[in-house]
Design a protein around this ligand. Structure first.
Ligand code: KIV
Length: 291
């Protein structure tokens, strides 16, 4: 069923018809996995704008305001230059555009690694300014103390291990992780450390499938895979990648559409009609009242 939106000018919110379900909560997401089993895999997609959030919301459990917006929205070469201001602004837009999904916002590089106090300052600012329910941060065992510190102070944390794009300069690229035994063991150990520290879910990105399966079995909270395994407790993709906005996408992306082609065709038609003076027509112009 498609949803329509009517703008309420007093609140600037676009009210959806039909009214979607009540917003999910972090404990409900965490409870998807019980006794090591997840019956309904969690659906997460990235969202960066209010309109995008409106379109995704009813179909998702979680909307991730990912720092991938650095490349996707701002044309930056990596996620490294992304700032807290960017994350807070886009997260606020996504919260305004959604009613149902839990909104999770990425902590950008440099905003949390220095100390747990720095992490609290940055995370609390993100939640206060955006209305999002949780933050995500990259890193395993070394971030466990921070995850526990935030969680105890009212900030739910989603972890992110395996291929961690903010560490691109250390990793040397975006290739799949866990190809040697020691690294595989470390990824599973990182997931366990975050789980014990109280992470409510953990993203497993770009890891060999057996590692994703082992980590999923080893932790009590849900794992959310991206380039990992269908055996994870949920999946996430960058929305623009799965819609086909970009020609080149990582191997783990399934392109469900070719939106770039639709946009190019549509814009070419508009340009042709403008140049031929066949747009606008009587339907799109205002005429003086007769009589
Ligand atoms: O920034 C992002 O979009 C992410 C997902 C790819 C998990 O972290």
């Amino acid at each position: 069923m498609s949803t329509t939106f009517k703008l309420d000018t007093s609140t600037s919110r676009a009210n959806p018809t039909p009214q979607p379900m009540k917003r999910l909560t972090v404990p409900k997401i965490r409870a998807h996995k019980a006794d090591g089993e997840t019956k309904d895999p969690l659906v997460m997609l990235t969202a960066y704008t209010a309109r995008q959030a409106q379109l995704l919301d009813a179909h998702c459990d979680l909307l991730l305001v990912g720092d991938s917006l650095g490349q996707v929205i701002y044309g930056l070469p990596s996620t490294i230059p992304v700032t807290l201001d960017m994350m807070a602004n886009h997260a606020a837009a996504v919260v305004r555009g959604s009613y149902h999904s839990v909104v999770v916002v990425d902590m950008p590089f440099g905003s949390y690694e220095g100390s747990k106090e720095q992490a609290f300052e940055s995370a609390s600012r993100l939640l206060k300014e955006s209305g999002a329910a949780a933050v995500k941060l990259e890193g395993g065992e070394q971030m466990a103390e921070t995850v526990s510190f935030l969680n105890q102070r009212g900030i739910p944390v989603m972890g992110h291990v395996g291929l961690t794009p903010q560490a691109v300069n250390v990793l040397g690229g975006y290739m799949a992780r866990g190809r040697d035994g020691a690294e595989a063991e470390k990824i599973v150990g990182d997931a366990k450390a975050l789980d014990e520290a109280g992470a409510f879910a953990i993203v497993l990105e770009g890891v060999l499938e057996p590692i994703a399966i082992e980590a999923t079995k080893a932790v009590s909270c849900p794992t959310i895979g991206i380039g990992a395994s269908a055996q994870c407790d949920g999946q996430v993709l960058v929305t623009e990648d799965m819609l086909g906005m970009f020609e080149r996408v990582p191997r783990f992306v399934k392109k469900y559409e070719n939106i770039a082609e639709v946009i190019e065709k549509t814009v070419a038609q508009y340009a042709e009609e403008v140049r031929a003076r066949s747009f606008p027509t009587a339907d799109q112009t205002y005429q003086p009242k007769k009589g």
